[in-house]
Design a protein around this ligand. Structure first.
Ligand SMILES: C[S@@+](CC[C@H](N)C(=O)[O-])C[C@H]1O[C@@H](n2cnc3c(N)ncnc32)[C@H](O)[C@@H]1O
Length: 244
């Protein structure tokens, strides 16, 4: 989609983002705090601080990058949010002055970069931001092309007397891209919340990491260390930057 850019997600979703039914942050925060090992942490696509604020409250030194001024503004309006240093920038290509012991990119946001090249460049930027031996964690859903029929999918997510929330997706298996519209119909009102993503297979992700000088340490099916297998709907992949 030619009119989609790095700011589109934030500008379209920031007003409703914090009210969405995200999973509770506790297990992710526990794991990330452990993996930080006392060192400074960088969150790629920090958003409104869903994980960054609880991590900061635990005493973790955390910095962030995000391409959306609206999402960053929401983060800064929250208690403790304004104390977190955040750079307005694109995670597909960035540099940092500081080196981090841990960098992380969660909630499918690696898929927000719509080409393999941009995703590869994100892995390279993350590796360069890490200390040798530092850790990069990526959380993303497991692609499931079987849910599409003739490359389309629709689902009613919520319905009531005065509203319905429908999701309509188009899939392009040749590019691994999915274009989503989340359609909110209310009395006399239609609101559209789009998302555009390119999913990555786990083997492809490991190769991206390898090309960036990182190796897979562990892949789980969730933040509680669930086994990763054919039934996993989610993956939490932990990579370590090579020492050299
Ligand atoms: C699903 S939200 C995740 C926010 C946060 N990490 C969390 O766990 O709640 C996706 C975030 O990615 C940001 N984003 C999307 N594309 C980006 C890009 N190319 N560079 C930097 N941030 C980007 C959006 O602005 C948004 O804040």
């Amino acid at each position: 989609m030619s009119d989609w850019n790095a700011e589109t997600y934030g500008s379209r979703w920031s007003e409703i983002y914090d009210g969405l039914p995200w999973p509770g942050p506790d297990q992710a925060v526990d794991q990330l705090a452990k993996l930080a090992g006392g060192g400074p942490v960088l969150e790629l696509a920090i958003g409104t601080g869903r994980l960054a604020i609880p991590l900061a409250q635990r005493g973790v030194e955390i910095h962030g990058i995000d391409s959306s001024a609206e999402m960053i503004e929401k983060l800064r309006s929250k208690e403790g949010g304004a104390d977190i240093p955040v750079t307005l920038g694109d995670i597909s290509s960035f540099t940092t002055e500081k080196k981090y012991s841990l960098a992380f990119l969660v909630l499918n946001t690696i898929y927000a970069l719509q080409s393999q090249e941009a995703q590869l460049s994100c892995f390279a930027s993350a590796a360069a931001a890490l200390e040798p031996g530092g850790t990069f964690v990526v959380e993303a859903f497991m692609p499931d092309p079987t849910r599409f029929r003739r490359n389309s999918w629709t689902q009613v997510h919520d319905i009531g007397l005065d509203h319905v929330l429908i999701e309509a997706d188009r899939h392009d298996p040749s590019t691994q891209q999915i274009l989503e519209q989340h359609i909110h119909l209310k009395q006399g009102k239609v609101e559209l919340f789009p998302a555009f993503l390119r999913y990555i297979w786990p083997s492809e992700m490991d190769l991206m990491a390898k090309l960036a000088g990182m190796s897979l340490v562990e892949r789980c099916g969730g933040w509680s260390g669930e086994p990763f297998n054919a039934r996993s709907g989610n993956q939490v992949s932990v990579y370590r930057r090579d020492e050299a």
